[in-house]
Design a protein around this ligand. Structure first.
Ligand code: 13P
Length: 251
C-alpha cells in the first residue's frame, strides 16, 4: 500500500514546513504503509529536512525529460534526486489537459526518471465524456501502453501507476468502488502483459480522485487497489493521517 499526497500548486515555504511537521507527527510510524508527500519544487529541500528519519518519503509533481541545458523554467531528474525525491508524479491529468502533455512525452519522462532511480507515479484516467461514451477502458489502455512505451523495469517497486478519472478530481465525486475495481483490474492485466506476470502483479496501482477519510477504507479494500494519490485531503495533516490509517487497516 502506498498513500501519496499531491499538494499541487499550494503552500509557500512556511506553510509547507508547517504541514510537513504536522504530517510527520500525525502519522507517526507509517509502516507497513508506504507514505509520500509531493510538494511544489521550491518546497522540496525544506520538506526533505523535516521528513528525515520519519519513514515518510518525498516526491515531485513533474520533471523534464532531458538531462540538462537550455530549458528555461524546467527541472531535471538529477535535480530531483539531489534534493531527496524518491518518487515523481508524471502525466497527471492537469499536466495533460492544461499543459498539453502527451503519452509519448510521459513515456520519455518515465524513462528518464528511471535512469535516475526515481520511482515514477504515472497517472492515467478518462474524462467524463469518454466514460459516458463507454470509451473509458480503451482510453486508459492507450494511456497506459503509450505512456510506458520503452520503459524497462526489473522489479515491481520501480514503477507506480495511478488511476485518476478526470471527473473525480477535486469534484467530491469519487468513483464507486465497483468502477475503481473494474478499471484497476484492467490496468493490472495491461501491466502484466507489458512487464510479465511476476512483476506486473506487484506494481502498485493507486486510485486518485476525491479520496477522503470517509471513503478511503472502502476504496483501499478493493481488489487491485494498492493505495491512493490524494489531492485536497493531503493539505490537512489530520485528514491525510486518517487516510494513511485506513490504508493500514486493510494492509
Ligand atoms: P483530489 O483528491 O483533490 O480530488 O485530487 C486528486 C488528484 O488529482 C491527486 O493527484
Amino acid at each position: 500500500m502506498l498513500v501519496a499526497g499531491n499538494w499541487k500548486m499550494n503552500l509557500d515555504l512556511a506553510a509547507a514546513r508547517q504541514l510537513t511537521s504536522g504530517v510527520v507527527s500525525a502519522i507517526g510510524d507509517p509502516s507497513p504503509v508506504d507514505v509520500a508527500i509531493c510538494p511544489p519544487f521550491v518546497d522540496l529541500d525544506a520538506t526533505f529536512s523535516i521528513l528525515h528519519g520519519s519513514g515518510i518519503r518525498m516526491g515531485a509533481q513533474n520533471m523534464h525529460a532531458s538531462e540538462s541545458g537550455a530549458f528555461t523554467g524546467e527541472i531535471s531528474a538529477a535535480m530531483l534526486r539531489a534534493v531527496g525525491c524518491h518518487y515523481v508524479i508524471l502525466g497527471h491529468s492537469e499536466r495533460r489537459q492544461i499543459f498539453g502533455e502527451t503519452n509519448a512525452g510521459v513515456s520519455e519522462k518515465t524513462i528518464q526518471a528511471r535512469k535516475y532511480r526515481l520511482v515514477p507515479i504515472v497517472c492515467v484516467g478518462e474524462s467524463l465524456d469518454e466514460r459516458n461514451a463507454g470509451d473509458h477502458e480503451s482510453v486508459v489502455e492507450s494511456q497506459v501502453r503509450e505512456s510506458l512505451e520503452g520503459v524497462a523495469i526489473e522489479a515491481s517497486s520501480e514503477l507506480v501507476l495511478a488511476y485518476e478519472p478526470v471527473w473525480a478530481i477535486g469534484t467530491g465525486q469519487t468513483a464507486s468502488g465497483d468502477q475503481v475495481e473494474e478499471m484497476h483490474g484492467h490496468i493490472r492485466d495491461i501491466v502484466e502483459d507489458l512487464f510479465g506476470k511476476e512483476i506486473g502483479v506487484g506494481i502498485a496501482i493507486l486510485y486518485g480522485g476525491s479520496v477522503n477519510p470517509g471513503n478511503a477504507q472502502d476504496l483501499f479494500s478493493r481488489e487491485d487497489v494498492n493505495g491512493g494519490l490524494i489531492g485536497g485531503a493531503s493539505l490537512n495533516a489530520e485528514k491525510f493521517a486518517a487516510i494513511v490509517a485506513a490504508a493500514k487497516s486493510v494492509q
